[in-house]
Design a protein around this ligand. Structure first.
Ligand code: PXG
Length: 458
């Protein structure tokens, strides 16, 4: 009997409340409300224990890029689990799936990337990156270069390293800045959230120069790296103006600082290119990845290490005292290989760039005509809309009214998952979305914007 069939929905809910501490959750509140129990999924839809079909406008948690129900991925995992379910890569051993995946990653990344290091999540990848960056500067005889600059409202995971590096205030307040010795935060390229007195392009340059100011403040000789998500995801899909990333590249180059793009969400086709760095035309020294590398079917993360860093680690480093039991897990790597092959076979990158991306973007933009929408933005299949109280002045709603959360509840109750980041509604559907499914997404979104507008006008 499948696990799901062994108990009723309400039994699952009670046991969940009593025994399961969820991630990022207010436990008391959830205990009163009870969880929605998700039992199965197919294509772009998830199904709950009452049999409701819900269009997954967030690809699980920004990860199920090739959609649900992919037998090829299930077979790849099963085959590998039968053949070699586990072996480590510690004591001068390796296995074919991790080697093959490294070759494939080398092929689909920029030319400076010839080597991969593996972890099992985005957070572990970030921790790996922090350790590598620091090790690099030690080996370069500049050990005082310790500071890694990230941005306000950035999300880089939830380990001590990720929490300390990330720029989410509430998260950092709970145990942040313990692990990175010194990380520093500069501003974010959030034009809509600014006073909008500058044009987006002017603002993009100004936002990049927050980094320059921070470097001057702490001293360039103490700065090891800058890390940024090409588009901030969890922070509310903050799409930087086109001027931003080239200026960041210039600043990093000028000060010899390592540039890291955190590709955990933007990687593997989300923006209609393999990686966010490709979309913005920057050349990072390191890229962290996870999520879409396996479309979430098994946990895998990692760091693509550019030659500038790997040459030094290899030539001068001796043993690198870092790694995880599951670094390069064979079944996870086998799934990643098949996942990348699916993307190649089905031309999913091109589909997002040239077909479904532009199709959804146009319809998404039309949502800006709704009376409570102040702005819409979307790149590839990653977008956001801003809920506002007054469309003409773009005055936001009172934060305490929780309008974004209300909208999200209407959405899920009407069969569409999107996430609320305050009063910003974010969307990132699977890359296989069809035109008809995109139409359905927009229809539901419009309807729920109406319901939200009605609810707040009462
Ligand atoms: N970097 C980025 C850019 C991420 O988005 C991580 C690192 C950490 O990955 P792991 O696999 O350790 O979770 C992430 C994760 C949300 C949400 O609500 C986003 C993430 C995780 C959980 C919730 O948008 N992103």
């Amino acid at each position: 009997m499948a696990i799901v069939e062994s108990r009723s929905r309400s039994e699952w809910q009670d046991l969940d409340r009593d025994h399961y501490l969820h991630p990022f959750t207010d436990y008391k509140e959830l205990g009163k409300k009870k969880s929605r129990i998700i039992t199965r999924a197919d294509s772009v839809y998830i199904y709950d224990a009452d049999g409701n079909q819900i269009l997954d406008g967030l690809s699980g948690l920004w990860c199920v890029n090739v959609g649900y129900g992919r037998d090829e991925l299930v077979e790849a995992a099963a085959k590998q689990l039968r053949e070699l379910p586990y072996y480590n890569s510690f004591f001068q051993c390796a296995h074919p799936p991790s080697i093959e995946l490294s070759c494939l990653l080398q092929e689909i990344t920029q030319p400076q990337f010839n080597r991969a290091f593996y972890a099992s999540s985005g957070s572990e990848s970030i921790d790996t990156m922090i350790r590598m960056v620091r090790r690099y500067w030690e080996l370069m005889d500049q050990p005082e270069r310790q500071i890694i600059i990230a941005r306000e409202n950035a999300y880089h995971g939830s380990t001590i390293g990720g929490t300390s590096l990330g720029g989410m205030k509430l998260q950092r307040a709970q145990g942040g800045n313990a692990g990175t010795r010194a990380s520093n935060i500069s501003g974010q390229p959030y034009w809509f959230g600014s006073d909008r007195s500058l044009s987006p392009d002017e603002f993009g340059l100004q936002a990049a120069r927050y980094l320059e100011q921070k470097i001057e403040e702490v001293g360039a000789d103490k700065v090891a790296a800058f890390v940024g998500e090409p588009i901030q995801g969890a922070g509310g899909v903050i799409v930087p103006p086109q001027t931003y990333w080239p200026e960041i590249q210039r600043i990093c180059d000028e000060h010899g600082i390592l540039l890291v793009t955190d590709e955990v969400i933007c990687g593997f086709g989300r923006l209609g290119e393999w990686f966010g760095a490709d979309y913005y035309g920057v050349r990072p020294d390191l890229m962290t990845f996870a999520k879409g590398v396996t479309s979430g079917y098994l946990p895998l993360g990692g760091v693509m290490v550019g030659d500038r860093v790997s040459d030094v680690l290899i030539d001068k480093g001796g043993e690198f005292y870092h790694g995880y039991t599951y670094s390069g897990h064979p079944a996870a790597c086998a799934v990643a290989i098949e996942n990348i092959h699916i993307m190649q076979r089905e031309n999913l990158i091109e589909y997002v760039r040239d077909d479904i991306g532009p199709y959804l973007q146009k319809k998404w933009q039309a949502l800006s005509e709704h009376p409570i929408v102040g702005e819409t933005r979307m790149v590839g299949l990653m977008g956001a809309l801003e809920l506002v109280q007054d469309k003409s002045t773009l005055q936001p709603f009172d934060k305490d009214d929780g309008v974004g959360a209300k909208c999200r509840d209407f959405l899920i109750n009407n069969g569409l998952v999107m996430r609320a980041v305050g009063d910003t509604i974010v969307v990132a559907p699977p890359l296989i979305l069809t035109h008809a499914q995109a139409d359905q997404l927009i229809e539901k979104a419009w309807k729920c914007l109406d319901l939200t507008a009605q609810a707040v006008s009462k």
